[in-house]
Design a protein around this ligand. Structure first.
Ligand SMILES: NC(=O)c1ccc[n+]([C@@H]2O[C@H](COP(=O)([O-])OP(=O)(O)OC[C@H]3O[C@@H](n4cnc5c(N)ncnc54)[C@H](O)[C@@H]3O)[C@@H](O)[C@H]2O)c1
Length: 278
């Protein structure tokens, strides 16, 4: 039985973005099991409402994270249920392909959702936490879905990886900026996770090879690890840890890591073939 993160008699609400499916849904379910009054949000309103009903959340509602005002409205809606205790920036989009192969709209959407969407969400949550602090309810938890791709070169997924590196950078600075407010900021950097996002990648492409060479995690495992950091000073965690160490080591010498990348691609291509996907 997971340990509750909410004190008896002091209910707290939590907002999860992009929670209509995938990792966000698993994070929302984990927060329900940890005692929060959860608001499931997604740009797909029907998915948010359906998921909320299925996992026992308090509410499902539309939220496009690229809209700063809508982020604030979601925070206010959550505060109507209980003081805001946690906000998880999970919504993300990924298009695989080299920078030059993507359309301008695809590039813009990845930056809009994956980077700006996190900034608008953190600002909405922080304003809510600060307002509550004025009423005597101090602090709050912010969780962010970064990615292992934030740590190392990922050819074939360069724009997505750049957005995740930006988000990880943001989180490490925010952890200090918001410390005085007792707002803790945590990011998780998972390797591949079995969701619709990965299923959407071209099975013949380099991104699928990179993922097949790595470790495929479950959304539930990622959710447990992210929420497990709540209430602690831990700022980020890579999953699995050894892949993070490899990635950071490779990024120290991008020129020589290109050879290792070629090897990983061959391993990935072999695994895809063995699985009958090629
Ligand atoms: N799947 C992976 O391998 C993996 C690995 C590392 C990190 N991540 C990150 O985890 C997060 C969740 O990924 P997932 O695999 O569950 O993806 P997914 O595609 O299965 O789900 C993403 C959800 O975000 C929603 N969404 C998209 N644009 C939105 C917007 N503008 N506003 C609000 N919601 C929006 C979608 O409707 C969808 O429900 C993303 O940030 C992703 O980058 C995924």
């Amino acid at each position: 039985m997971p340990q509750t993160l909410v004190k008896p008699g002091s209910p707290r609400s939590a907002v999860v973005t992009g929670a209509g499916r995938g990792i966000g849904r698993a994070v929302a379910a984990e927060l329900v099991s940890r005692g929060y009054e959860v608001v499931v949000t997604d740009v797909d309103a029907a998915a948010a409402e359906r998921t909320a009903a299925e996992i026992g959340a308090r509410l499902g509602m539309a939220l496009d994270v690229t809209d700063p005002t809508a982020n604030r409205a979601a925070a206010e809606r959550a505060q109507e249920l209980a003081p805001l205790g946690a906000w998880v920036c999970n919504a993300g989009v990924a298009f695989d392909g080299d920078l030059t192969a993507l359309s301008a709209d695809q590039v813009r959407l990845m930056v809009d959702v994956n980077v700006l969407g996190v900034m608008w969400g953190v600002r909405a949550a922080t304003d809510a936490f600060r307002h509550q602090a004025g009423l005597g309810i101090k602090g709050g938890e912010i969780g962010v879905l970064a990615s292992l791709s934030a740590h190392a070169p990922v050819p074939g997924l360069s724009v997505y990886a750049a957005t995740k590196a930006a988000v990880l950078s943001l989180v490490t600075s925010l952890a200090s900026e918001l410390r005085a407010d007792r707002i803790r900021v945590h990011a998780v950097c998972p390797d591949g996770v079995a969701t619709a996002m990965v299923d959407g990648f071209d099975v013949q492409g380099g991104a699928r090879e990179a993922l097949a060479a790595g470790v495929m995690l479950t959304p539930e495992k990622v959710a447990r690890e992210l929420v497990g950091m709540f209430g602690t000073a831990r700022v980020y965690k890579t999953l699995p840890v050894w892949r993070g160490v490899l990635g950071r080591t490779a990024s120290l010498s991008p020129a020589s890591s290109q050879h290792a990348d070629q090897l990983m691609r061959r391993i990935g291509a072999h695994r895809l073939k063995k699985a009958g996907l090629r």
